[in-house]
Design a protein around this ligand. Structure first.
Ligand SMILES: C[S@@+](CC[C@H](N)C(=O)[O-])C[C@H]1O[C@@H](n2cnc3c(N)ncnc32)[C@H](O)[C@@H]1O
Length: 227
């Protein structure tokens, strides 16, 4: 007898505890918080137009797990700013995976800020705050250990927004796609002008995201703040 293939949504719902524990730690409360976050993205996030309905089958792999593993590039007890957080990506998964971090979600749109505050309140995440602002309005500047972002702007513009928020020796970490290396080359002058030093492409989650259904490693452009 042939069986109906599982829909990709079913496959997503079956993300294993082992995968979740490898990313969020072997901690039932945090794993539950991550599951509840995906539940909110799938419902309120879509109803309010913060996530496209076509993203439902890949909420775990492409969005939540891929965001959380960026913590591999962030030191212990760091201060982190997520610029243009939208529905909380990558900042919320990062805060859940790394309770030692302090994460500030920066988002200018009130509608998105409301959603972020509801998520933090409903899930009870203790190490995240939301700031309604554009990146260039954030103060104090030059203090964050890491400034993360995903799908916000081309690298050169992102550098102008993110690097001034990082301390000297800190870094901006921009989640990018296949063209990450080309963006570094194309925008090298902008990176330097914004105070950038060493710029490189790093892959996160190579050991954790081994199941292609639940995500492939995340490509990150890391630019150090040199001055
Ligand atoms: C395409 S969304 C990406 C949201 C989220 N990072 C993600 O990956 O799903 C871009 C976000 O950047 C925000 N944004 C646009 N200009 C910004 C600025 N100057 N400073 C901070 N955020 C900004 C938008 O309001 C929006 O929420």
């Amino acid at each position: 007898m042939t069986q109906e293939p599982e829909s990709s949504e079913d496959v997503e719902a079956n993300v294993s505890r082992e995968t979740l524990a490898s990313v969020f730690g072997d901690d039932d409360e945090r794993i539950q918080q991550a599951q509840d976050y995906v539940g909110l993205l799938r419902t309120a996030g879509i109803e309010r137009g913060l996530i496209g309905p076509r993203e439902v089958p890949r909420l775990w792999g492409r969005h939540v797990l891929n965001s959380a593993v960026v913590g591999e590039l962030i030191g212990r007890d760091s201060d982190v700013i997520d610029v243009g957080s939208g529905a909380g990506l990558p900042g919320i998964p990062l805060a859940l995976a790394r309770p030692d971090l302090w994460v500030t979600l920066v988002e200018p749109m009130q509608r998105r800020v409301d959603f972020l505050q509801e998520v933090i309140g409903t899930l009870g995440i203790p190490n995240v705050e939301v700031l309604r602002a554009r990146a260039d309005e954030v103060a104090p500047r030059g203090r964050a250990d890491a400034v993360v972002s995903r799908a916000v702007a081309p690298l050169g513009k992102l550098a102008r927004w993110c690097l001034p928020l990082a301390r000297v020796g800190g870094a901006m970490l921009a989640i990018k796609g296949q063209s990450a290396a080309e963006e570094i080359e194309r925008d090298a002058k902008h990176l330097k002008r914004a105070g950038g030093g060493k710029a490189e492409v790093r892959l996160c989650g190579r050991e954790k995201l081994v199941d292609p259904v639940f995500g492939v490693p995340t490509t990150v452009v890391r630019v150090e703040r040199a001055r």
